[in-house]
Design a protein. Structure first.
Lengths: 221, 113
């Protein structure tokens, strides 16, 4: 009985395309981030508030991922940044091939920061590398302070945590200290920013940090 | 997670590693599925069996080695399985370095005689 040794990762095809995406993005001197969260945590609103504050400091491009509609890309387009909408029609996460195709429709020489807003889903996106430099996980206070313990893979695979909807804390049983300490237990190297996209609290600190991470020079200056 | 598309990826990888020619048939495909991979082994077996008819892997069984979540604690030095799928040391409670449990690999296949 002959045995053929294979030893390949099942998701290697996605990983190969993601590496090619990463190489292309770096060749243009871009910082690329992948925003993930449960549906309704506030990714798009945070993105809008972020674009308001940084679009005239750093040339930004956006890739939106949704199951249906281009509503999010329409919201983002109001800030006069190039935005590509990927509609997955049932797919619950973005994959590297979808991002590769979207990149063909973006002038990468004209931007220095690319923000990918993933489909709202705290499970599957953690397994699918898109070619980003790091993941940003958004968790809202309304989801409870044990969220990081229930979705450890996503919190471990992210580099930044945005805790949104802090304005709702007086109406919730969520302890922001417990949420933060749970997240840091899962991933001690998480950068944590607390904010309310609705009131604007905490947005400036987050935006200043993001601008500081973005390369000063690239083919897009 | 997406057991059907994962089964398809396993099938694609196995087919790519078959020797050329039409008469080789596969008896077993062995995969390693980690406890933290998000994949449900029973669903994966079911999906694999549903998609192999009509392919060169028709009749092949999928044998899944479940890889437990293990870690090593940088604080107290304990190394071993992690209970409750949480990345904390069962001895001192600190965060551990995960050693195994994230695998989703096609290991090998056995050909039919």
């Amino acid at each position: 009985m002959s045995v053929i040794t294979i030893e390949r990762k099942v998701l290697e095809k996605n990983d190969e395309i993601a590496s090619a995406n990463r190489e292309l993005l770096h060749a243009h001197g871009l910082l690329t981030v992948n925003m993930v969260s449960s549906p309704g945590a506030g990714k798009t609103t945070i993105l809008e508030r972020t674009l308001e504050r940084i679009a005239d400091r750093v040339p930004v491009g956006v890739i939106e991922g949704d199951v249906q509609t281009d509503l999010d890309a329409q919201r983002v387009a109001r800030y006069r940044v190039p935005a590509i909408q990927i509609v997955t029609r049932g797919g619950c996460h973005l994959e590297a091939a979808l991002v590769r195709d979207a990149l063909r429709n973006l002038d990468l020489g004209a931007i220095r920061l690319l923000i990918i807003e993933n489909v709202g889903n705290l499970v599957c996106p953690s397994n699918y590398d898109l070619g980003e430099d790091f993941k940003i996980v958004v968790a809202s206070t309304a989801e409870g302070d044990d969220k990081p313990l229930k979705y450890p893979a996503m919190f471990r695979n992210a580099s930044v945590l945005l805790v949104n909807k802090v304005d709702l804390l007086p109406y919730l049983d969520c302890s922001i200290d417990r949420l933060t300490s749970n997240a840091l237990k899962i991933n001690p190297s998480l950068q944590v920013f607390k904010m309310s996209a609705r009131t604007g609290e905490g947005l400036d600190a987050w935006c200043d940090w993001l601008v500081a991470q973005t390369p000063h020079t690239g083919t897009g200056t | 997670m997406h057991e059907l598309s994962i089964a398809q990826s396993i099938l694609d990888i196995a087919e790519r590693h078959l020797p050329p020619g039409d008469n080789t048939r596969v008896a077993v495909v062995r995969v390693r599925v980690g406890q933290l991979s998000g994949v449900v082994p029973e669903s994966l077996e079911f999906c694999f069996s549903a998609i192999v008819p009509g392919t060169r892997l028709e009749g092949a069984s999928l044998v899944i080695e479940r890889v437990p979540l293990t870690g090593s604690c940088p604080s107290c030095g304990h190394t071993g399985p992690l209970p409750d799928s949480l990345p904390f040391c069962p001895v001192c409670g600190e965060a551990v370095t995960v050693l195994s449990g994230n695998e989703l690999h096609v290991a090998e296949m056995e050909l039919q005689e």
